[in-house]
Design a binder for this molecule. Structure first.
Ligand code: GAR
Length: 197
């Protein structure tokens, strides 16, 4: 049984999908042992607490003086302290580097709300991704679960799922559809894939 550590920044609906997937048996080769947020106000922390999962807040500016290496070191230390084998970025909107990537190489999975290589890379996160897809005028978008390496959104793709764009979509409407029809489905499956090797 692999120990899963989840990193979040906000609402935590993908975290909720992971918690539910563990309960329903979609994730059967791992269990979530901790949730770490880079924002103290993230609602995902409340979701974790309700599920009885230990939480921690590590903020890049307030706790690490804005130093990205220190930020990565602190997250890495917490993951190791909790015995984490697999890290899931479930709506984690900060960039980290160095130690964490080295220590957990090929053991970090991210969910991105587009079909990579479209609408991804540095600065492309959250609603911005859906705004870009609508601005471009594509008719199909989706989500990608991928391994994390030093290239932002550049690691090996594990799973993708396409979602239709409809006339009159706003970024908010599209974000919700992509979450419901793609992210919440493929992220738990990708996590199970990684946990079961
Ligand atoms: C999700 O749509 C996720 O794919 C996206 O942020 C949202 C977080 O929602 N992540 C990225 O854009 C990463 N580049 P959540 O907190 O409700 O899971």
């Amino acid at each position: 049984m692999k120990k899963i550590g989840v990193l979040i920044s906000g609402g935590g609906t993908n975290l909720q999908a992971l918690i539910d997937a563990e309960k329903s048996g979609i994730i059967k080769s791992g269990r979530i042992v901790c949730v770490c947020s880079n924002s103290a106000g993230a609602y995902g922390l409340t979701r974790a607490e309700k599920a009885g999962i230990p939480t921690k807040v590590i903020r890049k500016n307030a706790d690490c003086g804005g130093d990205i290496d220190e930020f990565s070191r602190r997250i890495c230390a917490y993951m190791k302290e909790m015995g984490v084998d697999i890290i899931v970025l479930a709506g984690f909107l900060a960039i980290f580097g160095g130690e964490l990537l080295k220590e957990y190489a090929d053991r970090i999975v991210n969910i991105h709300p587009s079909l990579i290589p479209s609408f991804c890379g540095e600065g492309m996160y959250g609603l911005k991704v859906h705004e870009a897809a609508l601005d471009y005028g594509v008719k199909v978008t989706g989500a990608t679960a991928h391994l994390v390496n030093e290239v932002v959104d550049g690691g090996k793709i594990l799973l993708q799922k396409a979602v239709e764009i409809k006339d009159g979509d706003t970024p908010e409407i599209l974000q919700k559809r992509v979450m419901e029809q793609a992210e919440w489905i493929i992220l738990p499956r990708a996590v199970e894939m990684l946990c079961s090797d």
